[in-house]
Design a binder for this molecule. Structure first.
Ligand code: AGP
Length: 607
């Protein structure tokens, strides 16, 4: 996703902007640029490719100025190119704009402005904003911006500077996040906290339809209609050092190895002195007792966690549960039932599709419970109730530790529901919690056998297509394992319910097709063995994830990865670890950019 940074103060503007953009680079980008105001002289630089291209150019220059904005672009409208990189300037180059989001009516606006004789330099939607501001620029920059945003439809986070008023940055938020950092005789803006945290822990989160006029010693926040808004300055408590690699080659690997600690942390937060810690929920016990249906909606890995949650909510809490991909949920003309609760799952808390569904559900008077990792995110602030997944900051674009965190936190919540709905006895709940507490050790055991997974990754890394199969709670595991592989190694991979093989995918199987088979001890183990045999009979290569001690599996597996014995409900947690490592080492073998895979972003804040 695009990244926005801005600075006003006495320090070196270009270096603060570049460091900020670097700290946002994990969001994914294809080009970058900055604009700097030196009194009333506006300069700008933009480069295609990685940030070092921009910093190399800026390093040759002496740039003066005390205000600047910067941007890393993740292309939506217009190919990755220098012309399409931000900032974009108005026709007279008096105004510079950086933007995160999509202006849905930009073509109409562009045609109108072209009829006024304005020329455009790029193919982007963003450029209509800089042109509109200059078009409206009569008296005050603020008024010109206010008139401009009235014309825009779609989502935008904007940062704007202008020669005409060289003592301020003006920012606007509608649908894409923007944060203000409060310093001493300096102020900062950014798309997310990461870019600001090295300078200050005092933050203001803008909400939708709000704008801010940011001067060196003053921040004024208004609604788009111009009413003054008093916002709380929040102090960020978490440690910025945690956002470093700590000796690992990649954030993704660091985050894979953090998973035992993450699980221990979640248990300590959601189970205090052996008791469930959900009293903060604004959903009453009666509402949870009477709920007839949960509708889970999420994207990507979070959707996979939702699929696992469905199995366990229905199995233990005995509640009918639907699971929707967010971008589909909005448009399926759902029939409202009674006593229904929408559940949103999101690591970032900013995913546009999931956030849009949350808002839609609330507009239709649903209660929304969200499992969110990022505190102060939009979903954190807009949900009726939030359960944090306590994964810590997840930098790698491929979600690993937060997937495990989602599985663990939703499992604990399911057991809590089973307690208040009397669908499990106290003894049954205690036994399940006691087993859950062993999971961190089991993950550590799997992580201690990474060398074997490295060898398997090397053996198959040149294959052009993989299949992942599983049954029951491990059908979502198959989906997640295939997503991990494809998103960081760019190898085509598909996750499938194992029982569906003979309804089509079996035609794909040959000696060049590795099939990852998730076959732990489970209710459908024998059926999984039949499916593995179907693959073998067609010369497919079988990489089987099996339960420790199962030696018979070797007769139908080309390669075996063992996981410790646990109840079937918890196998998606353990099975995920070897598949994360398989994806990671395959991507390394192929020389891929593991933390910032091409075309992808950590937080997809556009629909
Ligand atoms: C997962 O590895 C991907 N990065 C992606 O599918 C991600 O899970 C999805 O974009 C949802 O993100 P969220 O959890 O922040 O909403």
């Amino acid at each position: 996703m695009c990244g926005i940074v801005g600075y006003i103060g006495e320090r070196d503007v270009p270096s603060i902007l570049l460091v900020g953009l670097e700290r946002l680079s994990y969001r994914g980008y294809d080009s970058s640029g900055i604009a700097v105001l030196d009194h009333n002289e506006l300069s700008f630089w933009k480069k295609l490719g990685k940030l070092h291209a921009l910093s190399d150019e800026l390093g040759k220059l002496t740039i003066k100025g005390d205000i600047g904005i910067g941007h890393t672009r993740w292309a939506t409208h217009g190919i990755p190119s220098e012309e399409n990189a931000h900032p974009h300037l108005g026709p007279k180059k008096k105004v510079a704009v950086v933007h995160n989001g999509i202006i849905e009516n930009y073509l109409i606006l562009k045609e109108k402005l072209q009829k006024q004789g304005m020329l455009f330099r790029s193919e982007t939607d963003t450029e209509v904003i800089s042109h509109l501001i200059e078009f409206f620029l009569k008296d005050s920059l603020e008024d010109a911006i206010r008139n401009t945003i009235k014309e825009l439809s779609g989502a935008f986070a904007l940062a704007i500077i202008s020669e005409t008023e060289p003592d301020k940055i003006i920012v606007c938020r509608k649908g894409s996040p923007l944060i203000i950092g409060i310093g001493k005789n300096e102020n900062f803006i950014a798309s997310d906290i990461n870019a600001i945290i090295p300078h200050t822990k005092q933050m203001i989160h803008l909400d939708d339809n709000e704008m801010a006029i940011i001067e060196k010693n003053k921040v004024t926040i208004k609604t788009f209609n111009g009413e003054i808004v008093n916002k709380e300055v929040q102090t960020i408590t978490w440690d910025p050092v945690a956002a470093e690699k700590s000796g690992y080659d990649h954030f993704m690997l660091k985050e894979i190895y953090e998973q035992p600690t993450v699980v221990r942390n979640i248990i300590s937060k959601l189970l205090v002195d052996g008791k469930f810690s959900f009293n903060h929920l604004k959903l009453s016990r009666q509402e949870l007792n009477n709920v007839n249906r949960f509708i889970i909606q999420a994207c990507g890995t979070s959707w996979h966690a939702g699929l696992v949650m469905k199995y366990l909510l229905e199995k233990y809490a005995r509640v009918i549960t639907d699971v929707d991909i967010s971008s589909e949920f909005r448009y399926r003309h759902k029939v409202n039932g009674i006593n229904e609760i929408v559940i949103a799952l999101s690591q970032s808390g900013e995913t546009a599709d999931t956030l849009a569904c949350l808002r839609e559900a609330k507009s239709r008077f649903y209660k929304v419970l969200s499992f969110v990792n990022s505190k102060n995110s939009s979903m954190d602030r807009e949900s009726d109730s939030v359960i944090y997944t306590y994964a810590g900051q997840e930098i790698g674009v491929a979600s690993t530790k937060n997937f495990i965190a989602q599985l663990v936190s939703t499992y604990i919540f399911t057991l809590y529901l089973s307690q208040i709905r009397w669908t499990l006895t106290e003894e049954e709940i205690k036994a399940k919690l006691d087993e859950l507490k062993k999971i961190p050790d089991y993950i550590e055991k799997i992580l201690s056998e990474t060398e074997k997974i490295k060898k398997i990754a090397l053996k198959y890394h040149k294959c052009k297509s993989y299949l992942f199969i599983g049954r029951g709670v491990n059908y979502p595991s198959a989906l997640e394992g295939s997503l991990k592989l494809k998103e960081i190694s760019y190898i085509h991979a598909t996750g499938y319910p194992a029982g569906e093989l003979k309804h089509g995918p079996l035609a794909l199987i040959d000696e060049n097709m590795p099939v990852v088979c998730i076959a732990p001890e489970a209710e459908t183990y024998e059926k999984m063995i039949s499916n593995i045999e179907e693959v073998r009979a067609r010369k497919g290569k079988t990489i089987v994830i099996a339960t420790e001690g199962n030696t018979a599996i070797h007769h139908c597996a080309d390669d075996v990865i063992y996981i410790p014995e646990v109840s079937e409900d918890l196998t998606p947690i353990l099975a995920a670890i070897p598949m994360q490592l398989l994806a990671y080492y395959t991507a390394i073998n192929l020389g891929c950019d593991v933390d910032q895979p091409r075309n992808l972003a950590k937080s997809v804040t556009v629909e």
